[in-house]
Ligand binder design. Structure first.
Ligand code: ATP
Ligand code: MG
Length: 648
C-alpha cells in the first residue's frame, strides 16, 4: 500500500447482541480483557494451568533474543497425555472423543479410553519402526480416526509430525518430505471423496522412491483398493499396530520441544515450514477453544469441518478439542456427497452444538439454496464459527439466518498457520457482533493496524495488521531457515509481527480484515480492498460469490476487474453487468465501480478453499498463467480464459 491508507468504504450497520442465556453461562466474560490487559504474562501463566505439567514452568516468556520466543521454557509436559490420558484418569474414559462419519455412511464412535489404547499402540508401533524422539514423521492421510491417532502417537514420542494435505501431488509431498527430512511416512490406501475411493498410496510410493531418506511407510487400510507393495518399506497399520501393547508411558518433553511442522498452503510463493512447539501451542489452542467456542465438554458436540492437513485441523480438530476433553464429529468427505444436505444431516444426527467452517463453504451452500438446510433439524446449534478468509457480510447473514435460526452467535476468527491459534475474534457471550468483522483481539493478544511508517492508525482508517506482543502459540521459526523467518514476519515493522493482511479499524476500534496486502488495489490514488468490492457484489441478490482483482490500467494505475458466480436461477442477461456495476457504486462509491465484470461458472481456489486472485490477475492482464499446482481444479482457469475475449 503505497500512498493513501485503505479507503474506508463499506458501511455495515447491523449489530447482534449475544444471546442472554449464553452470556449468563459463558465460559469467558468481559473481565478477561481487563485481567489480561493489566497482567498479560500473568494471564497466560494462568491459562497454562489448564494443562497437566510433569514439571510446572516458573518462567512464562523468555523474549531475550527476539523474534525467537521461548514460552514456559523450564516446564515439561506430554501433549498426548494432555489430550487423552488425563481425561481417562479423571473418570471420563467413557466420554466419546470422536464420532467418525465416513463418506459412504459408515460410522464409529471412539471413547477417550479407546483413544488412549489406540494412541499407545500406535506409539509402540512407531517405536518398533525405529522412530525416536526428534525424528520427523510425514503424515499423508484422509480424514479418518487413524490420522488423529497417528498425530497423537507422534506427539507422545516427541517426534514432530509434518502433515501434508491428502489432495497434494506426489511432487508437493516429496518436497515437504525432503525439507523436513522425514524418515517415516504414515498414509492409507486411500479415502472416500465425492462418492468414490480416492487413492493416496501411489503418491507416497512416488515420493518415497525419489527420496533416499524414507525408510518406512505405514499404511492404514481404509478403502481396500489395490496398492503396490514394497516389502522392505511398506507395513500395514493393522499388522503392526494391532499387536502392540495398549499401554505406553508418556515421556515429559520440554515446553519448547518441536510438536509439528506445517507447510503453509502456498497462495503466495514457496511453501514455508512453520514450526510449532509444545507448551505454548497447547496452552493457546486449549484456551481459545474454551473461550471462543464457549465449549462445555460435558454437553457440547463440536464439529470443525477443516481438513487435518490445514492448521485449522491441527488446532481445532486434534489439539484444542482433545486437550479440552471435547466430544466432536470427524467427517471424511465432501459436503455434497451423496446430497447437498450432508452437513446439515450430520449436525442433526449427532446433535452438533458448535459448528466451525469456512466462508467458501458457506457461499457454496448459499448457491445451492436455502431450502436445503431448511429440511434438517439444526436446533442443537448454539455457536457458529468462520475461518479462512474475510466473510462477506451477506454470507455471514445467510449463515446466521439459515443455519443459526437467526439467533445463534457467529464468531469470525482471524488467525494463520503462523499464529497457531485464534487471535482476533468475538467472544460469543460478550461481543456484540458485526457481520463481516473479526472485531477484537482475544484477551492476552496484542493486535493493531498501522500505516506505512508503523504508526497506529486512528479509528476509521485502514492499513496493515500487526501483532505487537509475542503470543504463546506463535511460530518459533521457519523450519531450517531462521533468516527467512526474520525477513518474512519481523522486518517490515521493527519489533512487530507483520501478518501480511490489510485491515481497517472502524469508529469503535473494531478490526475488519481486508484481505492480503498483495491483493490490495490502487485505483486513481486510492487503495481499495478486494474484500470490500467482493462483499458489495455478494450483497446483490443475484451474486453468490465474487473475486476481484486490480489489473494494470494506463489511466487509473489499476482497474477493478470482477469475476462473479451467479446464484442458482439467476441468468446472465444483457443488463446484469451494468446492474452490478451500479450496485457496487451505490454501496461503496463511484471509485470502487468495477471496470469489467465477468460472470463465470467457478473461481480458482486453493485446496483450502481460498480464492487465488493472482491467477485472475494474470487473466485480467492477458498474461500467461502462473503456477497452478495448488489449485483444486486447474480446468477452472481454462473455462475462465475461454470467456475472456467476449467479456473484454
Ligand atoms: P500462504 O501463507 O502460503 O499464502 P495462507 O495464508 O492461505 O497460505 P493460512 O495460514 O491457512 O494459509 O491462512 C491464513 C490467512 O487466511 C490469513 O493471513 C488471512 O489472509 C486469511 N484469514 C484467515 N481467517 C480469516 C478471517 N477470519 N478473516 C479474514 N481473513 C482470514
Ligand atoms: Mg499466509
Amino acid at each position: 500500500m503505497s500512498n493513501e491508507s485503505l479507503a474506508n468504504l463499506l458501511k455495515e450497520e447491523r449489530r447482534f447482541a449475544p444471546p442472554a442465556d449464553l452470556a449468563a453461562a459463558a465460559n469467558v466474560t468481559a473481565d478477561a480483557y481487563a485481567q489480561a490487559a493489566s497482567d498479560r504474562l500473568g494471564f497466560w501463566a494462568e491459562q497454562a494451568r489448564r494443562l497437566s505439567w510433569a514439571v510446572e514452568p516458573t518462567e512464562t516468556l523468555d523474549w531475550s533474543t527476539p523474534p525467537f520466543a521461548k514460552w514456559f521454557k523450564d516446564g515439561k509436559l506430554n501433549v498426548a497425555y494432555n489430550c487423552v490420558d488425563r481425561h481417562v484418569e479423571a473418570g471420563n474414559g467413557d466420554r466419546v472423543a470422536i464420532h467418525f462419519e465416513g463418506e459412504p455412511g459408515d460410522s464409529r464412535s471412539i471413547t477417550y479410553a479407546e483413544l488412549q489404547r489406540e494412541v499407545a499402540q500406535a506409539a509402540n508401533a512407531l517405536v518398533e519402526l525405529g522412530v525416536e524422539k526428534g525424528d520427523r514423521v510425514a503424515v499423508y492421510m484422509p480424514m479418518i480416526p487413524e490420522t488423529v491417532v497417528a498425530m497423537l502417537a507422534c506427539a507422545r514420542l516427541g517426534a514432530p509430525h509434518s502433515v501434508v494435505f491428502g489432495g497434494f501431488s506426489a511432487d508437493a509431498l516429496a518436497t515437504r518430505i525432503a525439507d523436513a527430512d522425514a524418515r517415516v511416512v504414515i498414509t492409507s490406501d486411500g479415502g472416500y471423496r465425492r462418492g468414490k475411493p480416492s487413492a493416496l498410496k501411489p503418491a507416497v510410493d512416488e515420493a518415497a522412491d525419489r527420496s533416499d531418506q524414507v525408510r518406512k511407510v505405514l499404511v492404514v487400510r481404509r478403502t481396500g483398493q489395490e496398492v503396490a507393495w514394497n516389502d522392505e518399506r511398506d507395513v500395514w497399520w493393522h499388522d503392526i499396530v494391532g499387536r502392540q501393547a495398549d499401554t505406553h508411558t508418556p515421556e515429559a518433553h520440554d515446553a519448547e520441544h518441536p510438536l509439528f511442522i506445517l507447510y503453509t498452503s502456498g497462495t503466495t510463493g514457496k511453501p514455508k515450514g512453520i514450526l510449532h512447539t509444545t507448551g505454548g501451542y497447547l496452552t493457546q489452542v486449549a484456551y481459545t477453544h474454551h473461550a471462543v467456542f464457549d465449549l462445555k465438554p460435558e454437553t457440547d458436540v463440536f464439529w470443525c469441518t477443516a481438513d487435518v492437513g490445514w492448521v485449522t485441523g491441527h488446532s481445532y480438530i486434534v489439539y484444542g478439542p482433545l486437550a479440552n476433553g471435547a466430544t466432536q464429529v470427524l467427517y471424511e468427505g465432501t459436503p455434497d456427497t451423496p446430497h447437498q444436505g450432508r452437513w446439515w444431516e450430520t449436525i442433526a444426527k449427532y446433535g452438533v452444538t458448535i459448528f466451525y467452517t469456512a466462508p467458501t463453504a458457506i457461499r457454496a451452500c448459499m448457491k445451492w439454496g436455502d431450502d436445503i438446510p431448511a429440511k434438517f433439524d439444526l436446533s442443537s446449534l448454539r455457536v457458529l464459527g468462520s475461518v479462512g478468509e474475510p466473510i462477506n457480510p451477506e454470507a455471514w447473514m445467510w449463515y446466521r439466518k439459515h443455519i443459526g435460526a437467526d439467533a445463534v452467535p457467529i464468531v469470525d476468527t482471524w488467525w494463520q498457520t503462523e499464529t497457531g491459534a485464534i487471535m482476533i475474534s468475538p467472544l460469543p457471550g460478550v461481543t456484540e457482533t458485526k457481520p463481516g468483522s473479526a472485531q477484537v483481539p482475544l484477551p492476552g493478544i496484542a493486535a493493531t493496524v498501522v500505516d506505512d511508517d508503523a504508526n497506529e492508525v486512528p479509528n476509521g482508517s485502514g492499513g496493515y495488521l500487526v501483532l505487537t506482543e509475542p503470543w504463546p502459540s506463535m511460530l518459533r521459526t521457519i523450519w531450517g531457515d531462521d533468516e527467512r523467518y526474520k525477513d518474512t514476519y519481523w522486518s517490515r515493522f521493527e519489533g512487530k509481527y507483520f501478518a501480511g493482511d490489510g485491515a481497517k479499524k472502524d469508529e469503535d476500534g473494531d478490526i475488519w480484515l481486508l484481505g492480503r496486502v498483495d491483493d490490495v488495489m490502487l485505483v486513481s490514488g486510492h487503495n481499495i480492498s478486494t474484500t470490500e468490492v467482493e462483499s458489495a457484489l455478494v450483497s446483490h441478490p443475484k451474486v453468490a460469490e465474487a473475486a476481484v482483482v486490480g489489473a494494470t490500467d494506463p489511466q487509473t494505475t489499476q482497474a477493478i476487474v470482477a469475476f462473479v458466480i451467479l446464484r442458482g436461477g439467476a441468468s446472465e442477461d444483457d443488463g446484469l453487468v451494468e446492474e452490478l456495476r451500479a450496485h457496487v457504486a451505490k454501496a461503496l462509491g463511484p471509485i470502487a465501480k468495477p471496470k469489467r465484470i465477468m460472470p463465470v461458472a467457478e473461481l480458482p481456489k486453493t485446496r483450502s478453499g481460498k480464492i487465488m486472485r493472482r491467477l485472475l490477475r494474470d487473466v485480467a492482464e492477458n498474461r500467461t498463467l502462473g503456477d497452478v499446482t495448488t489449485l483444486t481444479d486447474s480446468a477452472v482457469m481454462d473455462l475462465i480464459q475461454a470467456k475472456l475475449p467476449a467479456a473484454g
